[in-house]
Design a protein around this ligand. Structure first.
Ligand code: DGY
Length: 323
């Protein structure tokens, strides 16, 4: 029997390729450059499966991929899935939850510390031969330990961040979430509060929510106005959960102290984005899950989802809205 044709739109490890090739006829996108939409449409013309990370799966794409049965994201986020379009064409969508939770939580915490203690700025001081003068208070950072951390979105990753904050840094942790997490409250001693209370009381505000129509620009001018002028804002979820203009305004007008960002409204971030010029903003290129081990697990999970969907099994991680 012929193997189903699939297109792999991102680089994946050899071991994952070997696994896929047992079940599928694979075509790979072998360039480090992002594939253009037109090229992608050509590649998807006759495939049944597509493994990728972040391509918009919308009506236009689905029109060019008439045989497509499954799109497998190698990511936990799936805001690239146009759910109604996929549903109406009967295309399955899958993601890779669980395997990246600790890795992303580590990165979130490193953004907290880097921003508070001005690590990249001080690193560049040393490398540019500008050792600090004996006691230059202009270079002081702020403490992380015993401060108040507010987590918006107490999902799996939020809970891992809370654990690091409580056990490692003796922080008070407030959280806001669609539903209360009584288990986490009793296990970790975190406190549920309204969004406004969280914004008013927190020294560090971590945004850890998926991007949906409801969460688009959840943090806007009004929300930045509520924050302390000493607050540090961290976003490692999706850039559009924040109104980036409001964030820039808050930083330029010293409504908050700083920000640590792994995500942006537009990615790759435009080189003229004012955020890139601010020394109190730590900027990373969307690397929350980017360790060798975790990315391997994500790609393997995505491959397993893809194969299941094509050999008549139910993939392990179909996204809830498409079940
Ligand atoms: C995810 O898995 O959604 C991370 O943001 C990496 O893209």
């Amino acid at each position: 029997m012929n193997k189903p044709k699939v297109f792999i739109g991102k680089s994946i490890p050899e071991e994952v390729k070997n696994y896929l090739e047992q079940y599928c006829e694979c075509k790979y996108w072998n360039s480090n450059n992002a594939i253009s939409r037109q090229q992608l449409f050509k590649e998807l013309k006759d495939v049944e499966g597509f493994l990728e990370s972040g391509e918009e799966i919308d009506d236009e794409l689905l029109l060019h991929a008439p045989n497509l049965k499954i799109v497998s994201n190698s990511s936990v986020g799936y805001n690239n899935f146009h759910l109604q379009s996929m549903k109406s064409k009967g295309v399955i969508g899958t993601n890779t939850p669980f395997v990246l939770d600790d890795t992303v939580a580590d990165l979130v915490f490193s953004l907290v510390i880097s921003t508070a203690r001005r690590i990249p700025e001080m690193d560049s001081y040393v490398k540019h031969g500008k050792w600090k003068s004996s006691d230059n208070e202009n270079l002081y950072g702020v403490d992380v330990h015993h401060a108040t951390l507010g987590i918006i979105g107490m999902g799996r990753i939020g809970q891992k961040v809370a654990k690091r904050a409580r056990l490692g840094f003796s922080m008070d942790v407030l959280y806001h979430n669609r539903s209360r997490k009584f288990d986490t409250e009793s296990k970790l001693g975190v406190k549920y509060v309204s969004l406004d209370t969280l914004l008013i009381q927190s020294d560090y505000i971590v945004l850890m929510i998926p991007l949906t129509q409801e969460t688009m620009h959840l943090i806007d001018y009004k929300e930045f106005d509520l924050m302390k002028d000493t607050a540090i804002f961290i976003n490692a979820s999706r850039g559009k959960t924040v109104n980036e203009k409001a964030l820039i305004d808050a930083l330029e007008n010293k409504k908050i102290l700083g920000a640590g960002l792994d995500v942006y409204a537009q990615e790759p971030v435009n080189k003229n984005n004012p955020l890139l010029k601010m020394s109190n903003v730590v900027t990373l290129p969307h690397i929350g899950s980017a360790t060798e081990k975790t990315r391997f697990s994500m790609d393997m999970t995505a491959a397993e989802n893809l194969v299941s969907g094509l050999i008549g099994k139910i993939p392990k991680y179909i996204v809830p809205e498409l079940k």
